[in-house]
Design a protein around this ligand. Sequence first.
Ligand code: SF4
Length: 159
Amino acid sequence: NKIPVGISACLTGDAVRFDGGHKRLSFAMDELAPYVRFNPVCPEMAIGLPTPRPSLRLVKDSGGRISLRTGKSGNDTDLTESMQRFARERSRQLTDLCGFIVCAKSPSCGMERVRVYDGAGSRKNGVGLFCQVLMAELPWLPVEEDGRLQDALLRENFV
Ligand code: SF4
């Protein structure tokens, strides 16, 4: 029986990124794959966005609220509720998972240090919205980023 692990779909090699590309993670797909049954999800495509698409961003308003948006012009689309709803529903279907590998820096999937824009510029202190809900709904689930799995100790801990 293979171990069930969730993964950002772009890390499996699926061309689901905003630019039509992928970010295949060879550690996962070549080394872990014999032992793991991957359960891939691209949250942005799951809420109905196409690929290619404009890149999304986390935007902080003057009241401190952070939203997931297609831009910051005021004419852009706020995808916060749509993503939160999807993430909650999906999390409830993932209770059998033993871990989740997310794509770093993404405003949807990133686990930490995601860029957040406000009137003054941007700071790398956000969490991707899908990942934030996932970690809140399944607090016992080990979650790790693709980049951090390059670190031998973190990789050992996760595995
Ligand atoms: Fe989709 Fe997440 Fe990969 Fe972005 S980082 S392409 S939302 S799976």
